[in-house]
Ligand binder design. Structure first.
Ligand SMILES: Nc1ncnc2c1ncn2[C@@H]1O[C@H](COP(=O)(O)OP(=O)(O)OP(=O)(O)O)[C@@H](O)[C@H]1O
Ligand SMILES: [Mg+2]
Length: 514
C-alpha cells in the first residue's frame, strides 16, 4: 500500500495543478486543455484527449479537447482522434465510458479494440491509459493519455486518475447546471422583451423593478427613467393614485393577497406626456422569496373600445333604419293602397244605391270601383316588391341582378353572377348592395357604363360594381353607403369604396358565405 509520503512528486504536482485549474476555471471548454496539460506534464505523457458523450447523437462519444507535449509529431493521430465518433465499448475511451473503470493498454498498436491503431503506430505511440469523467450519478465521458514507451500499469496512478475523473466530473456538472440556469434566465428576459403586452413589476413599496419594452413604448418612458421610481407616479393618473397606493398597502398588509389580484380590470392609464387612455390590467403576485412583489400585465384598449362603440352605433343605425323603413311602409300603405280601398268601398256603396234608381249610372260607378280595387292591388304588389323582391326569393341572385341591370336607366352589364343559391341573408345583402350602387350611379355618377359582378370563391361572395363616371363617392356624405356597410358588417362582410374624383367609382363588397 502506498502512503502519501511515498507518492511520486509527479502525482502530487498533478493533483495541485488539476485542483488549481478547476478552482479558477470558468467553462469546461477552457479548463480541459489546462487539466490535460497539468496531468500530462506531471506524469510524463505525450498526448491526451477529453471525450464527452455527444448529446446530439447518443449513444456515442466524441473528442472535445486535446493536448500534446511540446515537440511531439502526431498531427495525423490528433486529426483522426478529433474527427472520429466512438460507440459504447468501442476503443479505449468507449470502453472506459461504458464500464466506468480506468483502463490501461500496454501497446495500442497491437490492441484488438483500438480503431486508431494504424495512426498510433505512425506517431510512434504505444502505452495508453484512460479514466472516466464521473459526475454524482453518471459517466460524462473519458480522458485518455498516450506515451511512446511501453509502461506497466501503476495502481497508485490509476487511483489518482480515478479521483481526477471525479473532481473534473463534479466541476463539469456544476458549470453545466449554472449554464442552464443562466440560459433559462436569458430565455425569460427575451420572453419579457418580446411580449406585446406591457409587463411592469413592482416591489412591496410600489417601486418599479422591471418595465419591459412594450411598456416603455406604450407609456413613453426610457428604461433609465423608470427604474426605482414609484409606479403610481409614472402610469396612474393623479386622480387615481391615492386609491392605487391604498390598494397596494392593503394587499401587502394581507401578506400579498387580495381581491384585486388575478382578475381582469379596466382602468385608466397615463402616458409620460400626461395623456390618459383606457387599459386592461391583470395583477399577479410573483412567487419570489422576501416581501411580496407584483407583476402587472397591461394592454392599451383604446382600439378595442372604439371598435365596441362603433359596433354599438352600427347596431343602433340598423335598428333605426328598420324603424324608418317600417314608417315608410306604413305611410305608403296609408297614403296609397289604403286610400284606394277606402275610395273603392265608398264607390261600391254608392253604386249599390244607384243601381236601384239608375242602372247605367250604377254600372259606371261599379266599373270605377273595380278600377280602384285593381289599382290598390297593383300598388300592394309594388309595395311588396320594394320590401323584398320576389324575383330574388324565387330565382336567386342571378335573375335578380339581371333584372336590376336591365332595368337600370344607365347602360349596365352583368359580368358574372353565382349559379347556386346562397343563404337568404347573403342574397338579400348582395341584392341591396348592387341596387344601392346602381341607384347612386344613376343619381350622381354621370356615367356612360356600369358593370356588376358577383363571384363566389373560397367561401366568400365578392361583389363589384363599377362605373366610369365622375367619382367622388363619400360614405360619410349620405346614409346609403353607410347603411350598406352596416348591413354587410352584420354578416361579417366588408365594404370598400374606391372613388377618386374624375376616375369613376368601384364599390367592392365581400360577404362570407361558406
Ligand atoms: N357612383 C357614384 N359616383 C359619384 N358620386 C357618388 C357615387 N355614389 C355615391 N356618390 C356620392 O356619395 C354620396 C354618398 O352616397 P350614399 O349612397 O351614401 O348617400 P346618398 O345616395 O346621398 O343618400 P341615400 O343613399 O341614403 O339616399 C352621395 O351623396 C354622392 O355625392
Ligand atoms: Mg345612395
Amino acid at each position: 500500500m502506498h502512503t502519501r509520503a511515498h507518492d511520486s512528486p509527479g502525482l502530487i504536482g498533478a493533483e495541485h495543478s488539476v485542483a488549481r485549474s478547476l478552482a479558477y476555471g470558468e467553462r469546461p471548454d477552457d479548463v480541459y486543455p489546462r487539466v490535460l496539460a497539468a496531468i500530462g506534464e506531471a506524469l510524463g505523457w505525450l498526448l491526451g484527449s477529453v471525450w464527452e458523450a455527444d448529446r446530439a447523437r447518443s449513444p456515442s462519444i466524441v473528442c472535445v479537447a486535446s493536448w500534446q507535449a511540446p515537440g511531439v509529431e502526431a498531427t495525423d493521430f490528433r486529426e483522426i482522434t478529433e474527427s472520429i465518433r466512438l460507440g459504447p465499448g468501442e476503443g479505449l475511451p468507449g470502453r472506459v465510458w461504458s464500464s466506468g473503470e480506468p483502463a490501461w493498454i500496454d501497446d495500442v498498436t497491437t490492441d484488438p479494440n483500438f480503431p486508431r491503431a494504424a495512426a498510433a503506430k505512425r506517431a510512434g505511440l504505444h502505452a495508453a491509459v484512460a479514466f472516466p469523467i464521473r459526475s454524482r450519478d453518471r459517466i460524462l465521458g473519458a480522458i485518455e493519455f498516450f506515451s511512446e514507451e511501453h509502461r506497466e500499469p501503476d495502481e497508485r496512478a490509476l487511483e489518482t486518475m480515478a479521483s481526477f475523473g471525479a473532481q473534473i466530473g463534479q466541476f463539469v456538472e456544476r458549470r453545466r447546471a449554472e449554464e442552464a440556469v443562466r440560459e433559462a434566465g436569458e430565455l425569460k428576459r427575451a420572453m419579457l422583451d418580446a411580449a406585446l403586452d406591457c409587463i411592469i413589476t413592482i416591489d412591496h413599496r410600489g417601486r418599479v423593478i422591471d418595465f419591459n419594452p412594450a411598456a416603455q413604448a406604450t407609456f413613453g418612458y426610457g428604461v433609465a427613467e423608470v427604474a426605482g421610481r414609484e409606479m403610481a407616479e409614472l402610469v396612474v393618473p393623479p386622480s387615481l393614485r391615492d386609491r392605487h397606493r391604498a390598494g397596494l398597502a392593503r394587499c401587502v398588509a394581507a401578506g400579498g393577497t387580495g381581491d384585486l389580484l388575478d382578475r381582469r380590470i379596466e382602468i385608466t392609464g397615463m402616458r409620460a406626456d400626461g395623456s390618459e387612455f383606457p387599459v386592461e390590467l391583470t395583477i399577479t403576485r410573483i412567487d419570489v422569496p422576501g416581501p411580496p412583489k407584483f407583476t402587472g400585465y397591461l394592454r392599451d384598449i383604446t382600439d378595442r373600445l372604439a371598435a365596441e362603440a362603433e359596433l354599438k352605433a352600427s347596431r343602433a343605425r340598423i335598428v333605426s333604419a328598420g324603424d324608418e323603413e317600417r314608417r315608410r311602409i306604413e305611410r305608403d300603405l296609408h297614403d296609397g293602397a289604403q286610400q284606394r280601398l277606402v275610395a273603392a268601398t265608398l264607390g261600391l256603396r254608392l253604386a249599390r244605391r244607384k243601381l236601384e234608381q239608375d242602372g247605367d249610372e250604377g254600372l259606371r260607378l261599379l266599373d270605377e270601383a273595380i278600377d280602384d280595387v285593381v289599382g290598390a292591388t297593383n300598388e300592394l304588389r309594388e309595395l311588396a316588391r320594394g320590401i323584398h323582391p320576389s324575383v330574388l326569393t324565387e330565382g336567386g341572385l342571378g335573375p335578380a341582378l339581371d333584372s336590376l341591370v336591365s332595368g337600370c336607366p344607365v347602360a349596365a352589364e352583368l359580368i358574372a353572377a353565382p349559379e347556386d343559391r346562397l343563404a337568404q341573408g347573403v342574397e338579400s345583402a348582395a341584392y341591396f348592395t348592387v341596387a344601392e350602387a346602381l341607384t347612386n350611379v344613376v343619381r350622381y355618377a354621370e356615367a356612360s357604363l356600369a358593370t356588376v359582378s358577383a363571384v363566389v370563391s373560397d367561401g366568400v361572395l365578392a361583389i363589384e360594381v363599377t362605373d366610369d363616371g365622375c367619382g367622388g363617392a363619400d360614405p360619410a356624405a349620405g346614409s346609403g353607403l353607410r347603411g350598406l356597410a352596416d348591413r354587410l358588417a352584420a354578416l361579417e362582410g366588408t365594404l370598400a369604396v374606391q372613388s377618386p374624383a374624375g376616375a369613376g367609382t368601384t364599390l367592392r363588397a365581400r360577404i362570407p358565405c361558406a
